[in-house]
Design a protein around this ligand. Structure first.
Ligand SMILES: Nc1ncnc2c1ncn2[C@@H]1O[C@H](COP(=O)(O)OP(=O)(O)OP(=O)(O)O)[C@@H](O)[C@H]1O
Length: 585
């Protein structure tokens, strides 16, 4: 029953209760104003902590301490603070100063698109010089940064470095190529002053051997001139070391090798002071989670500082981080799970697999601006495409998990040295790899998830440079097109309106079975002959041309010759498909 029907027939004497009405109306106005005020405040808070998808999460965030929020709160409640009993002039002055600093921090963060949540978040760095004045940064590190041409910290470095320097745990999400490596290596080097006498003091875990190697080399560059023991967990180190005596300041490893070292070689991790999980969302995927979990448990030092970094931070990783860390600060640069804004992104409809090969050839024939990185969905397809492009006089190479470690390293080195113009790769190099100056990334095969798309295209447009990303799609990929369109739009690329009108489909592990990459005619079709109802093949028959057919193709008969002779060319206007870049939807 509705309220209307409940009160039907009752008449209210407005004249008699006039004074009461006035009183209630006044109260109503003030309460609704208060409501509006609180809604506005809530909206401001939510804007500050960046847009989060679910309403539930929004509510959760508003209740937690948010830096920007506490700034506004504290400035509006100044008068309250002043009258607090026992507050002397000095403490009031200190509070005022603190509030001013918080306001300055909030303004600075806004200007650099940095969003933080957590209690007492340290002020962001304005410059590398501040590392010296406020944090006593050793001069070797500043010298190395200057030699590498790092003049100004990037936004993730501005916020994550002071957080880690103040011994706070943190989980951070910043775009690809935005300098996350220095954000966790710099505080590590600054904190690990004295050298290790025994045991591992800091660990950086990377999901792949290639990324571990790259991070190791970066650490060495930053630490040049100082005698740090920085080690890369190679196969050789794993097999040949006596881990009972293993002085090491920074150890860089994949989860698998580190787990082997702790399990088989009894590597002790109880003295680890710093643990970084780079590409953290990848590390928490089912294939690596068991090892990561065991490593985290083996790092038993109660004052350990852990941090998680990635360009993509799904909600389940945030939940994991909260579960794992104490009093952690959350740092987001830009928006969560966003492609880098410096990359020009394009979608190309190729219709079929054959169309892709034509499109890539045509694109290279018109303008090949190396280095170009091409992603495919499997190692078989990587080999096939490499074979096809090698015919076109293109300096092409391939990298995938079937190659030996040495072959993989050579492929990366040659590509870095520009000896290889086009590198065809599986997702093994999609994350973290910093190939300087990649002009273009081609998604030959449509990526299988949003994070795959963001990381793949993020191999170009690094450190503020511009880049280009082209994604081919066929009929099979159309259901997931809207997802890419959304990612493109959110990073500032123009997207045709028909794309945004498409329906969105959950996009996870989209790896359709694709025709092989080949200019040769399709291999003979196989038909299965089965008596079983479920279609399980008992015998396969090949529909191959017999010797007669082959001979007739090689030596056409007179009638066949006549058929293939020149035909009168008149009014040849076949019905053609309409001219459109849009696929038939
Ligand atoms: N402050 C800086 N000034 C100039 N260049 C920088 C600075 N910090 C990092 N770089 C350069 O930016 C590039 C990208 O850095 P890095 O590989 O750390 O990015 P990332 O955020 O970890 O990327 P990804 O998410 O792809 O792993 C590197 O070539 C690095 O040398």
């Amino acid at each position: 029953m509705s309220n209307d029907s409940l009160f039907a027939g009752i008449r209210f004497d407005r004249k008699r209760f006039g004074a009461d009405i006035a009183r209630f109306q006044k109260k109503d106005v003030s309460t609704s104003l208060a409501k509006i005020q609180s809604v506005i405040e809530d909206e401001e808070i939510n804007e500050t902590i960046e847009a989060v998808s679910s309403k539930k999460r929004k509510r959760k965030k508003t209740s937690s301490a948010v830096d920007g929020f506490s700034v506004f709160r504290s400035s509006t409640s100044k008068s309250k603070e002043k009258v607090q009993a026992g507050d002397d002039d000095e403490s009031i002055q200190l509070k005022k100063e603190k509030n001013k600093q918080l306001e300055r921090d909030a303004i600075f963060r806004k200007s650099r698109n940095i969003h933080v949540s957590g209690y007492n978040v340290p002020s962001p760095l304005q410059s590398f010089d501040e590392l010296k004045t406020s944090y006593k940064c050793p001069s070797y590190l500043l010298r190395n940064l200057a030699e590498l041409g790092f003049r100004e910290p990037t936004p993730i470095q501005q916020q994550a470095i002071p957080i880690l320097l103040q011994d706070r745990e943190c989980f951070a999400c910043a775009p690809t190529g935005s300098g996350k490596t220095l954000a966790f290596v710099c505080p590590m080097l600054m904190k690990l002053k004295a050298h290790s006498k025994g045991g591992v003091r800091a660990i950086i875990i990377c999901h792949s051997r290639e990324l571990s190697g790259q991070t190791y080399r970066e650490c060495k560059k930053f630490a040049k001139g100082e005698k740090f023991r920085i080690k890369l967990m190679t196969k050789h180190l794993l097999e040949g070391s006596d881990f009972s005596k293993f002085p090491c300041d920074i150890l860089i490893s994949t989860p698998f090798r580190l787990r082997l070292a702790t399990q088989r070689k009894k590597l002790d991790l109880s003295r680890v002071e710093y643990l970084v999980l780079d590409e953290s969302d990848k590390l928490f995927e089912p294939g690596m989670f068991k090892q990561i979990d065991a490593i985290i448990k083996a790092c038993t030092n109660p004052s350990i500082i852990r941090s998680l970094f990635s360009a993509t931070l799904p909600d389940f990783i945030e939940d994991k981080a909260r579960e794992l860390m104490h009093d952690a600060v959350r740092v987001i640069v830009g928006r969560k799970n966003m492609a880098s804004e410096t990359i020009k992104q394009k979608l190309v409809f190729t219709g079929s697999e054959e169309g892709k090969l034509i499109a890539i050839r045509q694109s290279f024939a018109e303008s090949l601006n190396p280095p170009v990185l091409v992603f495919v969905q499997s190692k078989e397809r990587a080999k096939e495409l490499c074979g096809e492009l090698a015919f076109d006089n293109i300096r092409v190479d391939v990298i995938h998990s079937d190659l030996s470690q040495e072959e993989r390293e050579n492929a990366v080195d040659n590509f870095r040295a520009c000896k290889t113009w086009v590198l065809i790769a599986t997702d093994v190099v999609a994350r973290g790899m910093d190939f300087k100056g990649i002009n273009c990334v081609i998604n030959y095969d449509f990526p299988d998830s949003a994070s795959a798309y963001i990381h793949r295209i993020g191999r170009s447009g690094r450190a503020g440079r511009s880049g280009e990303a082209i994604t081919f799609y066929t009929e099979e990929d159309i259901p997931f097109l809207k997802n890419v369109a959304n990612l493109m739009a959110s990073s500032g690329c123009e997207v045709p309106s028909w794309l945004t009108e498409l329906q969105k489909k959950k996009w996870r592990k989209h790896r359709p079975k694709r025709d092989s990459i080949s200019t040769k005619p399709d291999r003979p079709k196989r038909y299965s002959i089965s008596t079983k109802p479920d279609g399980v093949a008992e015998k396969e028959v090949e529909e191959t041309p017999g010797p007669k057919e082959i001979l007739s193709q090689l030596n056409p008969t007179e009638s066949q010759k006549k058929k293939s002779q020149k035909k009168k060319w008149r009014k040849n206007r076949p019905k053609r498909d309409s001219i459109s870049t849009k696929p038939d939807l």
